[in-house]
Structures are given as C-alpha cells and as structure tokens.
Design a protein around this ligand. Structure first.
Ligand code: ATP
Ligand code: MG
Length: 321
C-alpha cells in the first residue's frame, strides 16, 4: 500500500495545514507512504519565482521539523523530468473534454481573462504524480475527488491501450484531523492563498505574532465560553484549535473558562507551545541549509529510484522509450 499526499507552496504553511495534515503525517506514517511538496502546482496562477523557491524550502523544512519521516518525502520539481514526461504521456491519453469538465478548472478560471493553460492541465500533472509513484491510495477531500477519478480513468485507459503498467489508485477519505477556520471569518477555512495574513496563524510566525493574531480573533456578543459551532463559530474554532493541541475535546476545554480573553490567551499559549519546536527546528534547517539540501537530495534520489522503471516501461509501451 502506498499513500501519496502533497502540500502546495501556494503560500506559507499555516496552523490548519499543520493540525489537519502535517502533524498526522508525522504521527501515523504508513510503511511506503510518500509526502511531497507539489511546487509545480503552485505555477498554475501568477507566481513570483523567488517566493516560490523560498516557500518550497519552508514547506520541506516544516515537514522535516514536524517529524514526517525524511525518507518518505521529496520535492516535485526535483523529479521534474520524470513528472513532466509522464504528464505528457497522460495528456496524450486524456481528452480535451475530460480536462475541461473539471469543476476546479471552471471555478478557478471563471471570470479570469488570462487563464494559464497549466490550470487546465494540472489535474493531468496530478495524475502523473499519483501514477508515477505507484500510489495505491490518495487521501483527498471532496474538492479533489474528481481529479483522482481522472487519474483512475487515465491509468485504466493507458493500461488497456498500451499495456499494463499503472496501478489504478483509490481515493480514500483522509483521517480527520482538526479543521481550522480563519480567525477573522470562521465561515471560511484557514487557507494559504488567503489575502488576509492577519487572520492566518503561520507555522513560522514569531510567538508574539501568534499571540497578537489570537487576541484579535473574532468571537461574538454572547459573552460565554461554550462549544456551539452554530451559534458561536468563532469561539468554537478557538476551542477546536485548543482541543487539537491538547488532545482534549472542545467541550472539555470550554469547561472552567469564562471570558473570551482567557480563552484567547489559553489558545495562544498552547499553539505557541505546539509550534515552538517545529518552528525552531525548521528555522535552524533553513539557516544552515546544508542538512536541508542533503535530505532533499536523498529524497529525490530515492523517489527517482523507486519510480524510474515504471516510467521507462510506460515510455516504451507508448513507443517513445
Ligand atoms: P490553498 O489555499 O492554496 O488551497 P490550503 O491552505 O488549502 O492552500 P493545501 O495545500 O490545499 O492547503 O492543503 C494541504 C493539506 O492541508 C491538505 O491535506 C488539506 O486537507 C490540509 N488543510 C488545508 N487547510 C486546512 C485547514 N484550514 N484545516 C485543516 N486542514 C487543512
Ligand atoms: Mg486547498
């Protein structure tokens, strides 16, 4: 069984990425599971090269610092030839109609007069990511289900047209981690691509900045600390964050607390405590650079070794090997 999960450096990694994904990856790594920084996917909308390079390193450093096994991770662009070669084989396996039907493409291109072609084709690159590494399971939320379905279709079509080479992957529901919401707008999830950095707690934020952001978190006028996501979404979000950091339930966290100020101070305390070792280790890795480069190179070598024969066989079968 090989599970593949990625994080796209479309912005700095935040508390939601950490509690909802990265910390779980570190706590429950499965034998053979793979984690990658999907930096090629951060180019489908306008991007700045230097920022992308920096965010890619930040995310790799955060994965390592969080305890995700180093031997299970790689950076997508370190295997750019492999991913792009397979992506091309799959673009020539996919129809234009199939690509155009992707709901995310419709949503993200709607009303945009200058859409990058990569936004249309990135689900095919995602299929290449999945199939290249012999992935058997892809843990994805609902928004990505259609893309995994496309990967399955392309795997089956390639196998039946040219010969058996790809494993047909399954989409699986990710084990539920905490779902962290935006501190200013609890109707929205915390998101890397948000344009309001003050309501997002970033993993690499200075502790003082984390405290300030929690102090400004939106609550409500009810004036009681109770866990009621419907009536008190802002308070519920803070309770859920605190619960995730302390391995308690939100209801248990709420009991004994009376003021919003107390709640905000407490949640800031536990988040600072939770993130401190990750932040410090990640900043160390980024400062010195050499260890990060070594881990990155070793991860790329391993990923290339594991996937090379599959890619070569696919190229052979398609008549371009
Ligand atoms: P973007 O805004 O670019 O989509 P994102 O913040 O949604 O960025 P992703 O790269 O899409 O981050 O997701 C990386 C991982 O983090 C996924 O496993 C996703 O489910 C998880 N994740 C993202 N946001 C949250 C959140 N607010 N709470 C919990 N988990 C989250
Ligand atoms: Mg997302």
């Amino acid at each position: 069984m090989i599970k593949l999960s990625g994080i796209t450096p479309s912005g700095e990694a935040h508390l939601g990425n950490y509690l909802g994904a990265v910390r779980r990856w570190a706590r429950e790594p499965g034998e053979g599971d793979l984690y990658f920084v999907s930096n090629l996917h951060a180019m489908t909308t306008p991007h700045e090269p230097d920022r992308l390079r920096k965010l890619t390193e930040h995310q790799l450093a955060i994965l390592i610092a969080s305890g995700v096994p180093a031997e299970s991770m790689f950076v997508q662009s370190d295997l750019i030839q492999e991913h792009m070669a397979l992506s091309w084989l799959l673009e020539c396996t996919c129809t234009f109609g199939e690509a155009r039907r992707m709901v995310q493409f419709k949503e993200k291109s709607d009303g945009n007069s200058s859409v990058r072609l990569g936004l249309l084709t990135y689900p095919v690159l995602m299929a290449a990511d999945i199939l290249l590494h012999g992935t058997t399971e892809v843990p994805v939320g609902n928004d990505q289900n259609q893309h995994v379905e496309l990967a399955r279709t392309l795997a089956r079509r390639f196998n039946s047209t040219y010969g058996e080479v790809f494993v047909v992957p399954e989409a699986v529901l990710p084990t539920t981690g905490a779902r962290v919401r935006d501190l200013a707008n609890p109707a929205k999830k915390m998101s890397k691509s948000s344009s309001e950095p003050d309501s997002i707690v970033y993993v690499l934020d200075d502790p003082d900045v984390v405290r300030r952001k929690f102090r400004r978190a939106v609550t409500d006028g009810l004036g009681k600390v109770a866990y009621d996501p419907q009536e008190q979404p802002g308070v519920a979000n803070l309770l859920e964050i605190m619960a995730a950091c302390t391995d308690m339930t939100p209801v248990a966290v709420a009991s004994g607390m009376t003021t919003y100020r107390e709640l905000k101070e407490s949640v800031a305390d536990v988040v600072v405590k939770e993130l401190a070792p990750v932040r410090e280790r990640a900043l160390d890795l980024l400062r010195s650079g050499s260890e990060l480069r070594e881990i990155r190179a070793a991860g790329a070598d391993r990923a290339r070794d594991r996937s090379g024969s599959r890619l070569n066989r696919a190229l052979e079968l398609a008549g371009v090997g």
